[in-house]
Design a protein around this ligand. Sequence first.
Ligand code: NAI
Length: 207
Amino acid sequence: MDKYVSEAVIRRLPKYYRKLEELEARGVERISSSELSAEMELNASQIRRDFNCFGGFGQQGYGYQVKKLKNELYHILGLDQTYRCAIIGAGNIGRALLLYKGFGAKGFHMDAIFDINPELIGQQMEGVTIRSMFDFDTYVKEHQINVGIICTPSNTAQEICDKFSALGVRAIWNFAPCELKGPEWMCIENVHLSDSLYTLAYRVNNE
Ligand code: NAI
């Protein structure tokens, strides 16, 4: 496998994985790069180059075996691992993420949810108790939390990110509308649903 994989390729991997899941569900067993290209509205040579970053999975004149390629991407994406997640902020977004069953099915376990609001602390949701931030350090250490999910207002998000960093948590999924900074070893993924919504607004007004 090549040592360096570009950000653009990394961003396409989940899309390939999703498409392959869909193809498998449709009963497709084999697909050529040009057929995959038509399905994904991506250039066939781009697809081949992307897969070549990981050694390439196709066979000249045969294409890709859907199930095999899906399993390879599952492994490459790290979906074969278990992730223990702690959500900070038990508001609208935090609760929605906790309640969504699909993440657990893919190995992302929403183990805990924290808040500072005394009215929320102690409440139960799907068997998970909303905890006080006073318990944060101890819980994260004792339960080997390896993903921090930030769902608080942006003025507290960096401070929370720093708390995770101090405990050695490497992965941050940030929903607060700000760009967080962390040490080099930390992976921070900022989610901006509004970007997608604004893109939709642009397209509906310009296409
Ligand atoms: P919310 O107000 O319903 O919930 C925020 C929760 O964070 C509250 O329960 C509050 O008590 C808690 N909180 C505040 N400071 C805290 C701290 N220091 N430690 C622990 N908990 C703390 O807000 P909502 O609607 O759930 O939104 C959460 C965040 O997500 C906001 O920053 C919002 O702007 C953002 N957002 C992001 C979107 C995206 O596309 N990424 C879409 C919508 C909202």
